[in-house]
Ligand binder design. Structure first.
Ligand code: ADP
Ligand code: ZN
Length: 612
């Protein structure tokens, strides 16, 4: 897709002006201005921002502002297409070259490139390095090179792409052209590796906080997972788009079918489906309104949907890195979003068994176990969850956030020393061969055939815990595992064994404070949807009318609705009720091109509701 050159283009070469007139944004976000200035001045930049932080503008604006064409290296065709479609919507001359194009299409784009019609060209790395492409680039003036998802050069990461290693030649072939390397991967080792492998020794580093303040983190004990999810969706997410992660394909299929039975638009996504079905489901998710995808972790990479309102984990992720990456897919648009999870002891057992059965070398297994332990510690937190997450990624001293479950409803803690000693000695007396259900039966003094068969009714720990309920005991065992006082025997059927760390507690030398599980909330909560707080009846009617207008315009062009305007832009319209083009232009997200193209439609929608 190529627009005809815009004569006004020559006029707006100032970055601040471009931000305003092309993208319709009022202010740069933190660091965007500094990066743009660095690149405008011809310097290189390493840009680390969390997902949704606004990396794209860092190269899009200098690419438009500087003479010549900005060359963007991107590893995923879907992402390239997405970015180009969004830019074209804003009236920018952008195109992409990748293996998914017909020969004729590709030639037309190359032609446009040579004729200097393009502000931005997205290319796959392997394509950029072909002699043909390098020859073309010698004939044009690259405005800059932006290497997106730059962590793909890291051989240690899971997204390694060998072609990325060769991108170091760009600096040699075009020493005067500024380069940007951009990523959302936080790890300091990867950072240095990127600069080294891309040969960018003089790059300035722009590293923003990894906090995603609009995401609300919550973790609850798994009781009846389906019902818990249903409550969450009904009470808080009516009609919102989201992702539900499950560990296995079977569970994904089951959960998707169940949600559909319950009346939700839910689609499965996992590696066992045909490529065609996966593509269709992903498209419906991206292009639709309020679609829920139930997926294994395979889903999400390369999806830029800004209005994912929630990410739900039905099983424990295997590391905080995975958790942060997956939850990071919510709320890219900056509006309130939820990261919601339920977990139980069985998750720990399953993951331990997967690590043990993986056949990986012992060192690798040790690392994996440590990652799982960090994840568990996060789940059993008594303090702010965001503090733990950010500290894990190297940001210490973050204040308590006020937007996670432990901040909003501080968990009760209690002195569990006595109870823990009972639990631990019960593990010991029964020979460290039993799982949590049996252990709880013994503690509660259950008189069953099995207990008699095993002779466990003669043990000194039989019945010493009959003052507490099954749920309470299970919570204790779960936390003892999370704290590393007990370990799950991966080979058996989840039998629990003592660790060295439990000795001081058993001997009474150390006290233990645990978290009290919350009773499941019975009261219905208010729905949390975009626009919460500003929606009285009239506003709601306007919101719906604007969404309908957006849906229609999107459908006419076969685009996802958010490409026309984001939710946040529609919400600003609801609040400001613009009646003129001028007033509409002042809304965040309304640039000149969209104003011309869609202004009348949206003004008409506003008029129809406001005056009726
Ligand atoms: P990233 O690539 O870092 O994940 P994007 O570049 O896709 O993030 O930006 C995330 C969202 O934030 C996009 O919807 C974008 O339009 C919006 N955005 C970026 N910069 C600004 C800004 N200065 N003002 C308003 N919205 C912005
Ligand atoms: Zn918090």
């Amino acid at each position: 897709m190529i627009n005809t050159p815009d004569p006004a283009r020559e006029m707006h070469r100032d970055p601040g002006q471009i931000l305003h007139s092309v993208f319709g944004f009022e202010h740069f976000r933190p660091l965007q201005r500094q990066v743009v200035e660095q690149v405008m001045g011809g310097g290189d930049a390493l840009v680390l921002m969390p997902t949704g932080g606004g990396k794209s503008l860092c190269y899009q604006i200098p690419a438009i502002a500087r003479p010549g064409t900005g060359i963007i290296v991107s590893p995923l065709i879907a992402l390239m297409n997405d970015q180009v479609a969004a830019l074209v919507q804003s009236g920018v001359n952008a195109a992409c070259l990748h293996s998914g194009l017909e020969a004729g299409e590709a030639r037309a784009i190359e032609q446009a490139l040579v004729e200097g019609e393009l502000d931005l060209l997205y290319v796959a790395p392997e394509r950029l390095l072909t002699p043909r492409m390098r020859d073309l680039l010698q004939r044009v003036r690259p405005a800059l090179f932006a290497i997106d998802e730059a962590h793909c050069v890291s051989q240690w990461g899971h997204d390694f792409r060998p072609e990325y290693l060769q991108l170091a030649v760009l600096g040699r072939d075009w020493p005067e052209v500024p380069r940007l390397a951009l990523t959302a991967t936080a790890d300091p080792r990867t950072r240095e590796e990127i600069l080294e492998r891309l040969d960018m020794p003089r790059a300035e580093r722009f590293i923003s906080s990894f906090d995603r303040p609009n995401i609300r983190y919550r973790v609850a004990e798994k009781r009846n997972a389906k019902q818990q999810l249903k409550n969450f969706l009904e009470r808080e997410q009516g009609g919102n788009a989201g992702i539900v992660y499950c560990l296995s394909r079977r569970k994904v299929d089951d959960m998707a079918a169940w949600l559909r039975d319950q009346g939700w638009q839910a689609l499965p996504y996992h590696a066992g489906l045909s490529a065609e079905e996966r593509r269709r489901n992903q498209e419906r998710f991206v292009g639709g309104d309020g679609v829920i995808v139930v997926a294994t972790i395979a889903f999400g990479m390369g999806i830029d949907k800004p209005d994912v309102r929630f990410v739900a984990h039905m099983d424990l992720p295997r590391s905080l890195e995975a958790y942060y990456q997956e939850t990071g897919r919510a709320g890219r648009d900056g509006l309130p979003a939820d990261a919601w999870m339920v977990y139980g002891l069985q998750d720990v057992i399953t993951l331990r068994q997967m690590i043990e059965g993986s056949g990986a070398d012992p060192e690798r297994q040790r690392v994996e176990r440590q990652k799982l332990e960090d994840m568990l510690a996060f789940c059993e937190q008594l303090n702010c969850r965001r503090q733990i997450l950010l500290a894990h990624f190297g940001e210490q001293d973050h204040p308590a956030c006020g937007n996670c479950d432990t901040c909003l409803e501080p968990p009760e803690s209690w002195d569990a020393t006595e109870a823990a000693r009972k639990a631990l000695s019960c593990v010991w007396r029964t020979g460290q061969r039993f799982g949590v259900s049996h252990l709880v039966s013994v503690l509660q003094g259950t008189d069953s055939e099995r207990i008699r068969e095993l002779g466990h009714h003669h043990l000194s720990t039989w019945g010493i815990g009959d003052d507490m309920g099954t749920g309470e005991w299970r919570a204790i065992f779960r936390q003892l595992v999370a704290r590393g006082l007990l370990t799950v025997d991966a080979e058996g059927y989840g039998s629990l064994r003592l660790t060295e760390a439990c000795r001081p507690v058993l001997r009474g030398e150390q006290s233990l404070t645990l978290r009290r599980d919350r009773k499941p909330a019975r009261t219905g909560r208010r729905q949390r949807q975009p626009g919460e707080g500003l929606m009285d009846g009239a506003s709601h009617a306007l919101w719906e009318a604007l969404r309908e207008c957006r849906r229609r315009l999107a459908a006419e062009q076969g685009l996802p609705p958010y490409m026309i305007f984001h939710d946040s832009t529609l919400m600003d319209m609801v609040a400001a009720r613009p009646e003129t083009h001028e007033a509409l232009a002042a809304i965040n997200g309304v640039g000149e091109h969209k104003l011309q193209r869609y202004g009348d439609d949206f003004l008409e929608a506003i008029r129809s509701v406001v005056t009726s």
